[in-house]
Design a protein around this ligand. Structure first.
Ligand code: LLP
Length: 455
């Protein structure tokens, strides 16, 4: 039976998005797996399961790869922003700040987490297709760049910022007519997207902003999708954005920033083969440079907004296997102590993952199993058809590539508490998110007196 282990030698240490497991993965003399110098099964014993584990070295290597590639391939200024929707926490904000990067937030919660974690407001952008007045106000007060997504943003801000006050720093988001379905893309004139202005509305909006004293338009933004393995759509995007940049500058906006969004894919299963961070940045940097040269434009500051490719493969979730059910001739289920509430991606997008028994990742597989979550929902399955050695109840299974869009999309479905999270580095593990307790889930419940009397 095929070996099915996320542990690989010969990893790409410079581009963590191309590996299944964190770059610090090792096997000790007993055949057990360590990450960040910490034995995974020992982390499970110490902190309980499910447990989100984040490898600091992998995350920092990805940050470094974006920074170095931007410096190497782009002649102008540049900045990588972390799309914090992928995983938002104080510790991540603080690591991002220490790496000199900026951050993309989409709510007051993400903004607050970024600011409290040490990311300066001047390096944060606020996105959103329906920002509340409170979110706009909070962003403005903290010097955050606001990405104008629609007319409603313009109307609300023009009403909120009094005459004579400091103008708001703005970026303008438009839909570039490039649509990606992960492994293929199309170009259309219009896109069925809830985000951003249509290209043909751009001139009118630029004119409107020019006559708005509260507005200072610094940048243009577009984002074409996520988990993308092709470079071509990003190259096409550069030309569309350069046209928009030219128009904005001709209309008198001293626009300096061109924000090309995120989207670089990561390796979740063996067959995934995304480009490296360096290749992605190189492709975009060259395309933007060429598009600007052709149009005789002074190079803008190049901004990108990676989320998944920065954090996904630094994360592993540890679970303990509990009950087992064999349906002869059909399937064997191994049930774990978490599931769709800590990783909603399989049930939401049919996403695939890789996993292993962390104390014997290299043992030969003996059977094919399905890893089921503990929620009251038949579709709560994290992995289908996973080759594993015969597994005893109580063994710890590690699911790889869970650093992005797991914790940030988690829920309390079935009133199951969220897992704890630890960051590991050089043999040290630090708790960065406490495990919720069932009592925590009652924190915001209110039982009005008349119901208490009934009880
Ligand atoms: N910038 C903008 C404006 C975005 O909307 C996104 C992702 C990013 C940057 C970061 O994209 P990334 O580098 O992570 O691909 N929940 C889904 C992914 C949703 C992505 C939403 N926007 C998932 O779990 O696959």
């Amino acid at each position: 039976m095929a070996k099915y282990s996320p542990y690989e030698s010969g990893q790409d240490p410079l581009s963590p998005n191309r590996n299944l497991s964190p770059i610090t993965s090792e096997i000790d003399g007993h055949g057990r797996m360590l990450v960040g110098g910490c034995l995974l099964s020992e982390l499970a014993d110490r902190y309980g399961t499910p447990l989100y584990v984040l490898d600091e070295a992998t995350l920092r290597a990805a940050c470094c790869a974006y920074r170095n590639a931007l410096d190497k391939y782009y002649g102008g200024e540049s900045l990588a922003l972390y799309a914090s929707k992928a995983n938002s926490s104080l510790v991540l904000s603080s690591i991002i700040a220490s790496e000199g990067m900026g951050l993309d937030a989409v709510s007051e919660g993400e903004l607050l987490t970024a600011l409290k974690g040490g990311v300066p407001g001047s390096k944060i952008v606020l996105h959103g297709n329906n920002k509340s007045d409170q979110e706009l106000c909070f962003a403005y007060q903290n010097g955050v760049t606001i990405v104008i997504d629609n007319q409603h943003d313009i109307d609300r801000l023009s009403e909120m910022i009094p005459q004579g006050k400091r103008p708001a720093n703005l970026m303008l988001r438009f839909t570039p007519g490039i649509e990606c379905h992960t492994h293929e893309y199309i170009r259309t004139g219009h896109l069925d997207s809830k985000f951003g202005f249509d290209l043909d509305q751009l001139e009118k909006v630029l004119l409107q902003l020019r006559s708005s004293s509260w507005a200072k338009l610094n940048g243009l933004h577009a984002h074409i999708g996520s988990q993308i393995f092709e470079l071509e759509p990003h190259r096409d995007l550069a030309a569309v954005m350069a046209d928009a940049l030219k128009l904005a500058r001709e209309l008198g906006h001293p626009v300096e920033d061109l924000n090309v969004g995120g989207g670089l894919g990561v390796k979740y299963v063996e067959s995934d083969d995304p480009p490296s961070i360096e290749e992605w940045v190189k492709g975009i940097a060259e395309a933007v440079t060429e598009a600007c040269e052709v149009r005789k434009l002074v190079l803008p500051r190049l901004i990108c907004e990676p989320g998944r490719s920065l954090v996904a493969t630094s994360g592993i979730t540890l679970y303990r296997v509990g009950s087992q059910k064999k349906i002869p001739g059909i399937r064997k289920y191994l049930s774990i102590d978490g599931g769709m509430s800590d990783n909603p991606r399989p049930i939401t997008y049919e996403s695939k993952y890789t996993a292993c028994l962390v104390d014997r990742p290299l043992s030969s597989a003996e059977e094919i199993v399905t890893i089921a979550g503990k929620h009251c929902e038949s579709g709560d399955v994290l992995l289908k058809d996973l080759p594993l050695p015969y597994c005893r109840s109580g063994e710890v299974i590690g699911v790889f590539g869970t650093g992005a869009y797991n914790s940030s999309m988690s829920s309390n479905y079935n009133r199951i508490p969220r897992p704890a999270a630890v960051v590991v580095n050089c043999g040290q593990a630090d708790l960065v998110q406490r495990r919720e307790r069932p009592e925590d889930l009652l924190r915001f419940d209110v039982l009005p007196d008349r119901f208490v009397e009934l009880g």
